[in-house]
Structures are given as C-alpha cells and as structure tokens.
Design a protein around this ligand. Sequence first.
Ligand code: B1M
Length: 221
Amino acid sequence: MSPDDIIKALYDETMVGNAPAVLALTQQGLAAGMTPDTMLFDALIPSLEEVGARFERGDFFVPEMLIAGKAMAGALDVLRPLLAETGVETVGKFLMGTVKGDVHDIGKNLVNIMLEGAGFEVIDVGVQVSPEKFLEKIVEHSPDIVGMSAFLTTTMPMFKVNIHEMTKAGLREQVIVMVGGAPVTQEYADVVGADGYAADASTAVRKAKALLAARRAMAKV
Ligand code: B1M
C-alpha cells in the first residue's frame, strides 16, 4: 500500500469504527516510514471531524461515534510514545481533566501527549472531573498549570464553576488556568476568567510554555 492509500484507508476505517484495521494500518504506516503527525492530522482527526458532521446531520448516531472514537484511541496508543519521544527535561507540571458531565477524552489525551512530548509532567485526572476533585488534585500535586477540557456547550459552564471554586479555596493565584475543547473560543475563555485558551494540541503546548515563561518572569521582578 502506498502512503496515500494508507491515509485513505485510515480515514475510512476510523469512520466506520473498524478498530483492528485502524491499528493495523497505523502500524503499517509506521513500518513504511510515515510520521505519526501525518497519520494524525491527515487521516485520524479529519475522520472524527466527519463523524461529528454526520452525527449533526443525523446520518450517524451515538454508537457510531463511540466506535469511531475507540478506533482512534487505539491508534493513539500506538502513536503516543512516538509523539511524546523528545527526551526534553520537565518544563513544568500540568494537571489536566475533562469537566464534570463530559466523557469526551480523545482531545484531552492528545493535548496530554503533546505536552509530555514538549517536556511537561502531565497529571491526567480523567473525565467527569468534579470541582471538588480538581481542588483535591491541585492541593495534592501543586501544578503550575491546570488545564480543563469541555466538548459540549452544556459542560463549558463548568469552567467558570471550577475557577470560582479555586478562588474560594485560595488556590486560583497559585496556578495558571488553561481551557480548551471543540466548542470553546478565546472569547469564552476570557469571559470565564481563564488565563489561556488553545484551539488544538500543538497551540496548547505553545500557549502553556508562553504562560509559564511569563509567570516565571513576573515572579523574578
Ligand atoms: Co460526542 N459530541 N457526544 N461523543 N463527539 C461531539 C463533541 C459533538 C460536537 C458532535 C456533533 O454534534 N457534531 C457534539 C457536541 C455538540 C455541542 O455541544 N456543541 C457531541 C454530542 C452532542 C455528544 C452527546 C451529547 C451525544 C448524545 O448522547 N446524544 C454525548 C455526550 C456524552 C457526555 O460527555 N456526557 C456524546 C458522546 C460521545 C461518545 C462517548 C460517543 C464519543 C466520545 C469518545 C471519547 O472521547 N472517548 C463522542 C465522540 C467521538 C465525538 C466526536 C465525533 C469526536 C470528538 C473527538 O474526539 N474529536 C465529536 C465531534 C467533533 O468533535 N467534531 C463529538 C477529535 C479530537 C482530537 O478533537 O476533541 O476537538 P477535539 O480536541 C482538540 C481540541 O478541542 C483541543 O485540542 C484537541 C486536539 O487537537 N483541546 C484543547 C481539547 N482540550 C483542550 C484543552 C486545552 C487546549 C486545547 O487546554 C487545557
């Protein structure tokens, strides 16, 4: 199979949630010298975007979304060590979770992989993370940055709730807060009082580094 054929097959098989085929194609692509980035950005992510578009049109339902998501997650398991393979020293501690009421985790996991690749120590607190759990984990781990993902318009308001709870607990000033997820925008991040927002995983890494550098520079003054 040529690289173009692998990309097309990865896109198609992810769309129909054929996890064994997606796994095999991912391995085949790597064996053929294709980069993890190519498979991720030219096949896997666009395929899930199309799944979402079909769900919106009523052509796909939740089970189709679920199996497509699982197929993508299987490929990510193979790509994770390669995407994270940089040997960079820890640049900071990043605590990351998907907010309460929301089970989406593929995007969060991808951001985590990229952060690890850039040298961050990532503490993943999972999905459906309640405000109480965020507080507990902040106290336990003292992260530099707290990242929150939300993928539904109905769960985005949890950002504000969580930030409010951090403020009440006296923890807000100790951490940088970043938010993201498919429906989130910079304007929304500003409204809820987050310090940073990013639309995708690689921008999230750049933003996290910039926010941390700015915080450390301020601390020196
Ligand atoms: Co759901 N779902 N889903 N779903 N799902 C979406 C999000 C949706 C947009 C589909 C659609 O209608 N087009 C829609 C939300 C609509 C809205 O609110 N505006 C939706 C819906 C409605 C639902 C349910 C309500 C469906 C139902 O039950 N009727 C339900 C909700 C369940 C719940 O959470 N309570 C539901 C369930 C599910 C599944 C469980 C079946 C499955 C999730 C599997 C899983 O994650 N383990 C699923 C899936 C797979 C999707 C789509 C198809 C794909 C999501 C995905 O993984 N994208 C999705 C459609 C879509 O997004 N186009 C959809 C790929 C991923 C790499 O991108 O998640 O955007 P993304 O992550 C990006 C950025 O957002 C950013 O970087 C990531 C990597 O580049 N980012 C950050 C993420 N977090 C960040 C944090 C940062 C910075 C950047 O800083 C901290």
